[in-house]
Design a protein. Structure first.
Length: 102
C-alpha cells in the first residue's frame, strides 16, 4: 500500500508534515498523526487502497480542450447576461410606466 497516497485520497488537503509514516520492515504505518480528524484505522486504509487500485485513472484533457470548454462557458454566461439586461430594461420601463420610477 502507498500509505501517503491513500491518506491523500481520504484527506485531499493533507500535507507531509502533518503525518509521520514509518516502516520498520513490516510495511508502512502512521507513527505520528498531527491532524484534527481521527486517524484512520489500518482497516480503513486497506479498504481505501483497494478502492484506489480499482478506480480508473482520469482521462487526460488537453489544455486546448479545457480552453474550448471555458470559452463555451463564457459564451453561455454572456448570453445569460444579455437576457438579464433585456429583462432589467423591460422591468424598468414597466415601473416607469406605472409611475413607480420617475
Amino acid at each position: 500500500m502507498e500509505l501517503f497516497k491513500t491518506l491523500k485520497w481520504l484527506f485531499p488537503d493533507i500535507i507531509e508534515r502533518e503525518v509521520i509514516i514509518q516502516d520498520d520492515g513490516n510495511g508502512p504505518y502512521i507513527k505520528v498523526w498531527n491532524r484534527n480528524e481521527v486517524c484512520p484505522s489500518i482497516e480503513e486504509l486497506e479498504l481505501t487502497w483497494e478502492e484506489i487500485k480499482t478506480t480508473p485513472v482520469p482521462v487526460f484533457v488537453s489544455l486546448e480542450q479545457q480552453l474550448e470548454e471555458e470559452k463555451l462557458k463564457v459564451r453561455r454566461l454572456e448570453a445569460q447576461n444579455e437576457l438579464n439586461n433585456d429583462n432589467f430594461i423591460g422591468l424598468v420601463q414597466v415601473l416607469e410606466e406605472m409611475g413607480i420610477l420617475s
